[in-house]
Design a protein around this ligand. Sequence first.
Ligand SMILES: O=c1ccn([C@@H]2O[C@H](COP(=O)(O)OP(=O)(O)O[C@H]3O[C@H](CO)[C@@H](O)[C@H](O)[C@H]3O)[C@@H](O)[C@H]2O)c(=O)[nH]1
Ligand SMILES: [Mn+2]
Length: 766
Amino acid sequence: MERSAALHTCHPCRRTIPYRTYAVIHTCGIISLMYHHAHSLATADTTLMTTSLLLISDVVLAFMWATTTCLRFNPVHRTEYPDKYVVVKRKEDFPKLDVFICTADPYKEPPMMVVNTALSVMAYDYPSDKISVYVSDDGGSSLTLFALTEAAKFSEHWFTFCKKNNVEDRSPEVYFSSKSQYWTDGAENLKTMYEDMKKRVEHVVHSSKVDTRHDHPTIIKVLQNNETEIMPNLIYVSREKSKSTPHHFKAGALNTLLRVSSVMTNSPVVLTLDCDMYSNNPRTPLHALCYLSDPKINYRLGFVQFPQKFRGLNKNDIYASELRRSFVINMVGFDGLMGPTYAGTGCFFNRRAFYGPPTNPKITSGLGFVQFPQRFQGINRNDIYASELIHPFAINMVGYDGLMGPIHVGTGCFFNRRVFYGPPANLILPELDELAPTRIADKPITAQSVLALAHVVAGCNYEHNTNWGSKIGFRYGSLVEDYYTGFMLHCEGWRSVFCRPERAAFYGSSPRCLTDVVWQQMRWSIGLLEMAFSTYSPFIYGFKSLGLVTGLSYCYYVVWPFCSIPLTVYGVLPQIALIYGVRVFPKPSDQWFWLYIFLSLGAYAQDLTDFLLEGGTCRKWWNDQRMWLIRGLSSFFFGMIEFTLKTLNLSTPGFNVTSKADGDDEQKKRYEQEIFDFGPSSLFLPLTIVSLLNLFAFVWGLYRLFAWGEGLSLELMLASFAVVNSLPIYEAMVLRNDDGKLQKGVCFLAGILTFVLIVAGYFFLK
Ligand SMILES: O=c1ccn([C@@H]2O[C@H](COP(=O)(O)OP(=O)(O)O[C@H]3O[C@H](CO)[C@@H](O)[C@H](O)[C@H]3O)[C@@H](O)[C@H]2O)c(=O)[nH]1
Ligand SMILES: [Mn+2]
């Protein structure tokens, strides 16, 4: 117990107390604001419509604030000590590890990227024969298979080299493109070998025009196998696809891997990775095991999540692709509650977590049997042969009874028939015994029977009428399968841990142009809305299962799409009012004016503090807050529309894989120079309208301020804030001439619609 306690420690953050104090003050502010709205509704000094819109917006904003406050309730930082793990555990006792890598499209996800990710984890500082890497290819592409076959040939040279020279960068691409002074013996030779392989693979990718297939049988290929030599297993899996059967995108792919790996290796620890997330730290599994092997917590520890980090972002991260709030700040907040959310990649699972709620060893619900004592007739007076067996049949029974209950003695026992069919509650057994999480997989993975069964469980109709996707495995029903699955595990009682080794565990890639960012986040918002309106909505089911604080924290993401409501209202209404000289906010002489100032400055300042305390910079924060405004008026806005269409059966949004391939040189250059890359997309229409409207209102407001000497108003302050944020948009409309500028058609249409909006506002406000 003591030794395991030393494997990891947890410290509350110092900001907790000041944050809680501030939360009380801010809450009072919000209550007063609500009172103010209620009062104006009753006295109707502005139009009813205006006040209601502002009230709805403020309710959404207040709710969002409440969710972030829960995430600030008990933030913690953890440290783990992998060196101690290596000392206390013998190498033979390290658990086996199954790694799942997902890929879906050889053009958006270049096969060489998949190869590097696979090689980087196969080369972990971990007993090689205990690692099995499963690559799921939803594209069913021969290109990916070819690339992995090449990788298998190269792998042995690569591992020997890494282990001999203690190389830290175990993705060959990263290592060979790093500075030459780190290079050691044999590096040049190996580099030539790597470059040859890369050329072969890329040549095949460029010269063939194979489409990704949506209709094909299961393909499972064991590309490398640890029975022949001490090497990690490498297995290529492309599940069966048929156009008439739903395949549930990534969640479906992961469930197939869960089953195939169950049949083949059934390791107790499972690592899930997206194909772009290569390992940057060879000791990562040891960090995860510091938690997963601790008997004090592991019976209910579902997963250990590592942060998502990205390589090659521009200096100030103009698209806020780091997602520092989601991937760091909030994770630290969740970690002090039930644990971080599952982020879809970079996560070590306890395989048992996919099969129903945890079983607490101390409380076994359900009585299995009632044992009566064994008594004997006709024993002589002093029982010379001690046939009464007082110790086993009486004294010890009383002792056992105070623990888990008496042992079964073969006779005089009443059973609950249910006990003969598996453990009391919780563990949900799958339909095949071979898939049970506790089974020991002891047959060679190349055995005919093993491969045959693996093909069966990868079939597209296999899941029909089973618990897969509902009670077992990754959950179906939302495009954010990661967030949804993590949520369901937490509701079942599983915990998780956020693990941040000093040397980043993984690096991935992130979208490089605004259109891709917007598409990605639109998929997320549709997924979040699917959750919000499902049976297991965090709004209702979450509170019931997780309690108020964790439940509210989970709502943080689910309200994302809804924030397009306040953004639209605050981006349009006060500005039109400013143009017509109507007040929607209190005057500076009014006490309520200061309440608005306090609440907005307070919320922004706290957001900035969070950012700085978790390693961000002011410039990055500024870009991050700007992205909120952009998302609200693009991704979230259209996400809401798309979801509504889906609900009405007018559209079927799918999982549009984010491109991880490099753009053209011009685009790369713009990204490096931090110039916004809008590109030809009409998704930016609402955004452009709002920026134009704000510019117009701002100029008009300034004119009134100076020409007519009107006082400074909240409306004018709001418009100027929007104008400063919109500078790159104005630039992209008029000053630029490259491919990343805003389309002429969009600008023109936006101009017309802005005019219509202003005219319509006249009838609305006057
Ligand atoms: O039908 C599919 C679609 C996608 N993928 C894989 O899923 C992963 C994630 O897809 P990506 O396009 O990179 O999505 P992102 O938006 O970048 O990913 C974030 O959001 C997803 C949920 O929307 C999570 O699954 C991811 O882990 C998380 O990083 C990739 O490896 C894909 O190959 C599949 O295997 N099958
Ligand atoms: Mn991704």
